[in-house]
Each structure stands twice: as C-alpha cells, then as structure tokens.
Design a binder for this molecule. Structure first.
Ligand code: A2P
Length: 302
C-alpha cells in the first residue's frame, strides 16, 4: 500500500494519520507520542477538538522534527468571516507551537454567526448561522489562499463538500475530508474526487465511537482478518488506503495506535468482497450535527 498520496501542490501526504477528535486532555499527548514512535508522521487535529496545545507539546517532546510531520488543523465555524480567519489560524499555530500547518481545512460548510455565546458561538433557534457566508464560502476561501501565499499554511482544503465551483480559485482545494466507513462508504463521491484529482481523507474510518464495535464484528471483516492474520481494524484501515483514500483512525489506546499503523494490501478478491459488502447496504452517517446545531437545513444536503 502507498505510504503517501500526492497532492496537487506536489506535497506528499502520509496515508495514515492519527485522528485526535474526542481524544481527551491527559490522553491525547501520550497517544501522539506513541504514534510518532510507531512511525506515524501525520496528525489530524482541529481548533474545536480543544487539544491542540497538548498535541503540540507532545510533538515537541517526541523529538521528531516538525518538518517530518504532516500537521492538519481546521478553521472552526465561528471564524469564517475573512477578518476572523488569521486570528483563528494564529491561535491554532500558537496552540500547536508551530510556524505553519501542512493543511488547513474549512471544518464545516456552515458559518456560525459572530458573537454567539460560548466557544461554539451558536445560539439555538435555527438562526445562529450566517446565511451569506454559508451559501458563498468564496470570501473565506480567498482569505485562506492569502494564508498560503504568506506561508502560514502549505495547503488548504475542505472538510465536507462545499460549493466553490462558481468562483475562479487561485488555489484549488488540496484535499477533501469526509466521513468514510463501512457504514458510509460513499463510492460515488470517492470516484468523483478521483476523477477531479481531489485527494480524499476518511474520518471516522472505523465507524467512530458509535459503530466501531459493530464494524469489528462484521463477518466479512472477521473472515478476512482470520485468513490474512491481520487484526480486524487493520483490515478496515488497509481497505481505506486501497480505495485510494487517506485514513485518519482515532485511538488513545497505545496498543491500538500501534496496531492501526500496520497496514497491508488485501488480495484483490478479498478487497472486492469487502467493498461490495460495504456498498450494498443502506448507508448511514455516524456524524451529523445538523440537529444539535438546530439548523433549518440538512448540512449534508448537496
Ligand atoms: P480508543 O480511542 O478508546 O482506543 P474512528 O477512528 O472511526 O473514529 O474510531 C474511533 C473509535 O475506535 C474509538 O472508540 C477507538 O477507541 C476505537 N478504536 C480505534 N482503533 C481500534 C482498534 N484497533 N481496535 C478496536 N477499537 C479501536
């Protein structure tokens, strides 16, 4: 399996990252250190995960040079207004203790209104988002392009699909991070992205907290794992890379962090068997905060 994928910028992004969403303070630093010791060179973080400081400290303490690590963070929904972007990015850079990010993603295709209460700056009631910036992410993108030109980030991209195609882009999205798992394999999206030379990153690749148990109980996964002498998680993670996507498994359990990095190509027939099983049931998302945010539309509705 490829250890890296090529981005349109010419950069090479490591195919397996340590995901740190939901990795708690006091746990995440140790997970990052274990990962870097194991050979991971890619950490997928975000401002809203509230663990950038601990992640940054762990990176520095690991002794692995910063330039050897691919570091991603994400612009939170409250900071889409062009004037808010650089301060938000600076905060992430400060937290992580780094001069630059390898990849900065727009976290969600929704801009929250300014001045809401709390860190999420969102008020219940369905009117908490900024319609204009949500419908037209171009001003946000233009400011991100400037951040690339100024060297604060190397690549910019999207998490979840957003409509930028109406505008002339100086820099095309370098990557698209979406939910991809056995439960939500999105074959058409993966195919479309490939045809459009847009690298895809799989979040919640094991099904997330909610579905990981079921994923690892699937008969097809068990069968392949037994046959190949791999763990079940390794089968799933390898399948993602073999589908051509970057994969971001999250764990704070040292043995699992190590386990998840040992990937290997599945023989064609077994890959096809798993792919067919994944795409032949009714798909469902394990992550969809539209309700929590009380939106009057489905955030995933294209
Ligand atoms: P934990 O972090 O407690 O080790 P996803 O990457 O799809 O979001 O899945 C994350 C969930 O899967 C977490 O609950 C994580 O638990 C669990 N997990 C990660 N790797 C493994 C593994 N190798 N075996 C079993 N569970 C795992």
């Amino acid at each position: 399996l490829p250890s890296h994928f090529d981005l349109p910028s010419g950069d090479k992004i490591p195919s397996v990252a340590l995901g740190v969403w939901k990795s708690k303070p006091g746990e995440v630093g140790a997970a990052v250190k274990t990962a870097l010791k194991t050979g991971y060179r890619h950490i997928d973080d975000a401002w809203i995960y509230r663990n950038e400081k601990e992640v940054g400290q762990a990176i520095r303490e690991s002794g692995v040079p910063r330039q050897d690590i691919w570091l991603t963070s994400k612009l939170w929904n409250s900071f889409h207004a062009p004037e808010d972007i650089e301060p938000a990015l600076d905060e992430s850079l400060n937290n992580l203790g780094t001069e630059y990010l390898d990849l900065y993603l727009i976290h969600w295709p929704i801009a929250f209104k300014k001045g809401g209460s709390g860190p999420i700056a969102f008020k219940k009631g369905g009117s908490g988002y900024d319609k204009e910036l949500t419908e037209n992410p171009y001003p946000t993108w233009q400011k991100l392009e400037e951040m690339v030109e100024r060297g604060k980030v190397r690549n910019i991209g999207l998490s979840k699909i957003q409509n930028l195609t109406a505008n002339p882009l100086k820099i095309k999205p370098a990557a698209l991070q979406v939910e991809l798992s056995y439960w939500n394999p999105q074959p058409d999206l993966v195919k479309w992205a490939k045809e459009n030379n847009l690298p895809v990153e799989a979040y919640s690749p094991l099904g997330g907290d909610k579905q990981v148990k079921e994923t690892l109980q699937l008969p097809v996964v068990k069968k392949i794992a037994n046959y190949l002498g791999m763990t079940r998680a390794q089968v799933i993670i390898s399948w993602h890379i073999q589908r051509g996507t970057i994969v971001l498994p999250k764990s704070v359990t040292p043995s699992r962090v190590v386990d998840n990095f040992q990937v290997a190509a599945l023989p064609d027939d077994l890959f096809t068997e798993l792919e067919e099983a994944a795409v032949s049931h009714k798909p469902f998302r394990t992550v969809n905060p539209s309700k929590d945010w009380d939106l009057d539309f489905d955030i995933f509705d294209d």
